[in-house]
Design a protein around this ligand. Structure first.
Ligand code: UDP
Ligand code: MG
Length: 320
C-alpha cells in the first residue's frame, strides 16, 4: 500500500509542454514567470521543452535549466517537424495528472494557469483558451484566420471557436485519448474538438511576442489551414462535383441553344463564347483535380505510416 502511495506521489500534478523553434531569447523569461506560478499551485510539476529542430541555442538553455531544476525535462527532435507534431511529441513524454500545452513566446500568459487548473478541479477534462485579441497579429492575420474558421465550421461537422489557441489543459484521460490518435496531419484544435469529453473555454488577452518573430509564415498558415479543412471535411470533394454537374448542365443548355440558332441560320463567329467556355471548364477541372490531389496526398501520407518524429537528444535528471 505504501508502495502505491509512493508511486502516486511521483506523478506530477501538472506537466507543461512547450514546443520551441528558435526561441533562445524567450525561454529564460518564460521560465522565470512559469516556475513561481507552478510552485505556488502544486507541489509536484514537470516542464517538458520540445526542441523542434531549433538552429539556435534553445536546447542548450533547456539543458542548463535541467541542471538548476530537476522538474525540467527536454527532448530534441531530429529536425523541424512543425508546431503540431512537436506538441504531440511533448504529450507522449508527459506523465502528469494534467497536461498544459503552451507557446514559448509568452503569448500564452503563465498567470492564466491557476484558472485553467481550477476549471480542471471543477470537473472539466479539457480547458481550451480563446484569445480575445492578439496585440501583434496584423489585420491580415486576424482577417484570414476569421475567414478560415468560418469556412472550417461551415464545411465540417466539428465546431472550432475562431481565435482558439493551442494553450490548453487536458486531463490524463483526455491526453491518453489524444495520443491514441495516429493521424499524421495533426490539426490539434480540430482533433481536440472532435474528441468530446467535458470541455470548457476560457478567454484571455494575448500580449505581443516577447522576442523574435512568429514562426507561422503565410505559407505555413495556408498549409495549416488546408490540413484543418481536409482532415475534418470531405465536403470540398462534393462541392467540386456539384460544380462539375452545374457546368455540364449549363453546357447542354447552351448546346441546344446553339443548334436552334444553327437551324435558324444565325451562325455567328462564336469566338468569345468558345473561349469563355474553354476557360471556365478548364478552370473548374483544374480546381477539382487539385482538390482531389490534396486528399490523395493526405491518404499517401497516412499510408506510408512513418513515425511522426524522431528524438535526437533527451535531458532528464534521474536523481529525483
Ligand atoms: N513552433 C515549433 N515548431 C515550428 C513553429 C513553431 O515548435 O515549426 C513553436 C514556437 O517556438 C512557439 C509555438 O510553436 O513556441 C507557436 O509559434 P509562433 O509563436 O511562431 O506562432 P503564432 O503565435 O505566431 O501563431
Ligand atoms: Mg506566438
Amino acid at each position: 500500500m505504501s508502495f502505491n502511495n509512493n508511486v502516486m506521489k511521483d506523478i506530477p500534478k501538472i506537466s507543461v509542454v512547450i514546443p520551441l523553434f528558435n526561441e533562445e531569447n524567450n525561454i529564460r523569461q518564460l521560465y522565470d514567470e512559469l516556475i513561481p506560478v507552478l510552485t505556488k499551485l502544486v507541489n509536484n510539476y514537470e516542464i517538458i521543452f520540445v526542441d523542434d529542430g531549433s538552429r539556435d541555442g534553445s536546447f542548450e538553455i533547456v539543458k542548463q535549466f535541467s541542471l538548476e531544476n530537476k522538474s525540467i525535462k527536454g527532448i530534441s527532435l531530429s529536425r523541424n517537424f512543425g508546431h503540431q507534431i512537436a506538441l504531440t511529441a511533448g504529450l507522449h513524454q508527459a506523465k502528469g495528472e494534467t497536461v498544459i500545452t503552451m507557446d514559448a513566446d509568452l503569448q500564452h500568459p503563465p498567470n492564466l494557469i491557476p484558472e485553467l487548473y481550477k476549471l480542471y478541479k471543477n470537473g472539466y477534462d479539457i480547458v481550451n483558451t480563446i484569445r480575445l485579441d492578439t496585440a501583434d497579429a496584423g489585420i491580415f492575420k486576424k482577417f484570414t484566420s476569421n475567414i478560415f474558421y468560418k469556412l472550417l465550421n461551415y464545411l465540417s461537422d466539428i465546431k472550432i471557436e475562431p481565435a482558439s489557441a493551442d494553450f490548453r489543459l487536458m486531463s490524463r484521460k483526455a491526453v491518453d485519448a489524444f495520443i491514441s490518435i495516429n493521424e499524421k496531419d495533426r490539426f490539434t484544435r480540430g482533433l481536440v474538438s472532435w474528441m468530446g469529453f467535458k470541455q470548457v473555454s476560457l478567454d484571455y488577452f494575448a500580449p505581443p511576442r516577447f522576442a523574435g518573430k512568429s514562426k507561422y509564415t503565410i505559407r505555413r498558415m495556408f498549409s495549416f489551414g488546408l490540413d484543418g479543412i481536409t482532415s475534418f471535411s470531405s465536403k470540398p470533394l462534393r462541392i467540386s462535383f456539384y460544380f462539375g454537374i452545374s457546368v455540364f448542365v449549363f453546357g447542354i443548355i447552351y448546346a441546344i441553344f446553339a443548334i436552334i440558332n444553327y437551324f435558324h441560320g444565325m451562325v455567328i463567329p462564336g469566338w468569345t463564347s468558345n473561349l469563355v467556355s474553354i476557360l471556365l471548364i478548364g478552370g473548374i477541372q483544374l480546381v477539382s483535380i487539385g482538390i482531389i490531389g490534396e486528399y490523395i496526398a493526405r491518404i499517401f501520407n497516412e499510408v506510408k505510416a512513418r513515425p511522426l518524429y524522431f528524438i535526437k537528444d533527451k535531458v532528464e535528471r534521474i536523481d529525483n
